[in-house]
Design a protein around this ligand. Sequence first.
Ligand SMILES: [Zn+2]
Length: 512
Amino acid sequence: MFRIFQAGKSVASYNKVQFRNGLRHFTNQQNYDAIVLGAYTDELALANTSDHISQSTRNSILEQLSASNFSKADDLRMLYNVGGISQVAVVSLGDKKSNQNQAAVLETARRAAGLGVQALKKQKATNVGVDVSIHAHGAAEGAVLAQFEFSKLKKGKDQEPFLSVGPFGGLDEASVNGGLNWETGQIYGVSQNLARMLMTTPANLMTPKTFSEEVAYLLAGLENIDIAVHDKEWAVRQKMNSFLSVAQGSDEPLRFLEIHYKGASESDPVYGLVGKGVTFDSGGISLKPSANMALMKGDMGGAATVCSAMYGISKLKLPVNVVAVTPLAENLPSGRATKPGDVVRAMNGKSIEVINTDAEGRLILADALYYLSSKYSLKSIIDVATLTGACDVALGQVFAGVFTNSDELWTQLNIAAQMTSDPFWRMPLHDDYLKAMKESAVADLVNSAGRSGGAVTAAMFLKEFLADKEQPWAHIDIAGVMDCSSTEGYHVKGMTGRPTRSLIEYLRGHTK
Ligand SMILES: [Zn+2]
């Protein structure tokens, strides 16, 4: 049934971060020209208490910190030519007592590594060692995420040297951190950077077709992965008229990616993921205003994060079964485009009056959700979508909104999101919000009921396309967290690639 897509030429190959394996004990055989160290501020002390740093070096670092009033969270001091290393970035870890639970320690490690790596990158360090003594996984995540940049379309940028980052002077913490270590942290970080790359690539270079090719290229050869790239004729046979109605305005052909990861046995449960993949959203005939329309190259963030999570779980070799689908289309106005007032019949037989062609995400997700939930028996199904401006208004750039019919699923997602500091906020789902979506004189549903409760009415619309409405399901609206407006440590200005790490962590939670 599945056509395995062969690796082709990568149009947006992602290769900024190198993997370094196996180096857990500092000797400067790694030839680090710079290191990042963490220090607590309540009782001034380096987190790294190992003999990788000599007592005299330690004393001289602490003297300089004390002399420069190093005392606040996120304080950073650059020291030079210390103990034979040209540049040392010392980053505050805050009070030792505020780093008690694992989620807090992870985030401290992530922030410190991110701030340190970013400062050293600015100062042209090329081979950086990151202190892993407080949490190797968190430090690796922060270090990898902080390195993200998208400069390959700028002339001459590809001539610049790579920044290479490795672990400095740590213990093998895998046993005490539940299997998390430097390598797992790198995979989490690289997966999110992959989503950032897919989302940042301009829409003329990231069409439904090139997105599919890129993802197939990235996943090809990974263990236990099967990929099928479906085309328009397939979607027609499936009667995905709601999805087709969005794609029909563009000359770019649609794609529907279906990715299977089989890390567990046949009899184990299967988890379902769905990602919205509108590679450019002009709004269609209901054209968006031109201000900020360029950001709509990121309207495939759901598809990007879902595919990147599949990359991560495969690299981690997690013992779970997952199937992910992403409908991919461009939403453009043209002589063939869907018009406001048009009625389409979705794959599950329900008719939809398209009131607003800019509410297209739910139209493509409707068929994808029905396809996945009717074809497979799933333990849970999670869709991820840059769906509504209303969710951005409600939650901004901090929390992604989660709408779910399952308290258990919410608890699991929330725990995963707290561990990754890629946070979720639970939003309501209630049948009273569905009434507005049923006010069509000519069809079963409308695709838009206006501004009031817009994020919730969208979620209620999606629920209508589950094959079984009792099926544990969560809809994650990432419209607000799609973009980050400033760089700070591992948070990098631009497309965020969120919630890739939370999805991976959620699936890892089912393997413990
Ligand atoms: Zn739209």
